[in-house]
Design a protein around this ligand. Sequence first.
Ligand SMILES: [Zn+2]
Length: 453
Amino acid sequence: MTVLIRGGWVLAPEAIADGAVVVEGARIVEVGPYADLVARYPGAEVHGSAYDIVSPGFVNTHGHFSEGLITGIASDYTLWEWICALINPVSSHLDRGSAYLGTLLSGIQMLRSGVTTANDMFVCHPADDAAPVTPGVVDALEELGLRGVLSFGAGDRGGRSIGRQVEEHDALREAVASSTLQTFRVGIGALGGQSDEMFAASVEYAVGGGHGVHIHVQEIREEVTATFERTGRTVVGHCAHEGLFAVPTLAAHCVWVDRADRALMAEHRVGVAHNPVANMILASGVAPVTEMRQLGIDVGIGVDGAASNDSQDFLQAMKSAALLARVHHQQATAMSAREAWEMATIGGARALRMEATIGTLEAGKQADVVVLDGTGPTLANVHDPYQAMVFVAGSREVKEVWVGGRASLLDFEVTAVDPGEVAARSRPVAADLVRRAGLPHLSVLAGSGSAGS
Ligand SMILES: [Zn+2]
């Protein structure tokens, strides 16, 4: 089947007025003027309209599907307080079923905001004899039709065994192996969450197996101080010294990276996930995005987890990236709408070393496409499609999302599941999770949910 996706503007990334994207199977075969393409592909199924904006799908470079069931609680904390108060208590109670449901909830919200690729780190602390948890993420993303770069955020603090951490990597890697949409990375929760022995095992697993890495890096100042006391280096310096950057590494946050760190990151082509909303909620600071980009470091945008953003709306994160840069530098030119949009698409793809297959609308690339509705009042008059997309549009405008040539969202809604049914199924599970984690003091959900179930 041939599909032709039309837009008043097609951002390929250069803007084509009244253009179209031709899709056959999983790939894009041609991009150009609509009139020309519709004449040459007369049997094609036509989507979009002469008023819509067609963009490469958004690449969400950092998130945690493990937080899908604990959205919107405990946000009045800084990072370490928040981890102690919320994440650690919940992490030992997640299982494959709750991973699946939490991923469905977060994944639906991502698709509704135009995300086609999610780089995720699942953070959980399963008991030594517990069944693998993270394959639940693969189950959900396969069902939704959302591309994933998936990792398990390993850490052996608190008496957890290294063997169990490695088992979880293995289970996720095996679950991903049979998928065309998912790929595997080695997750390192944070350098501070791993003993020297565990970190050495992580480097060995990644470098020995030729796997990419997903790690939190220098999100807060305290992390830099603690790591310096332990190793005599910054996190970036220690990772470089230990050989981690021999494999493609995606570093989340990088708020407190100094000039020397940034030089090392550029030298080793470390990709960065910038998470403006989470950085503001947790009061972590402002990442030096301008300085990193000036060095040629690939910076993408992330929504971060559903408990630290707390929204999974990528359009909000993209707009926030531009706004935070402007208010930080007190300069309206600090980040243009187009720059934010480029970070959201090809920038994220480069940060994940996936620019050969996604990130732009080009013949041969995967058909990962988002269509924003221009027939309604919000985008009725598009004077600059980049500005319209970043500053004007909201998730209400996301009309279609294609992932690898599959329509994962059509007519403003996901195609694979009933979102209301997923929400209903998740309620007793979320209430039970919060109750078992001993967190009713943080949530009214625990009381009302368990009373109703
Ligand atoms: Zn994170």
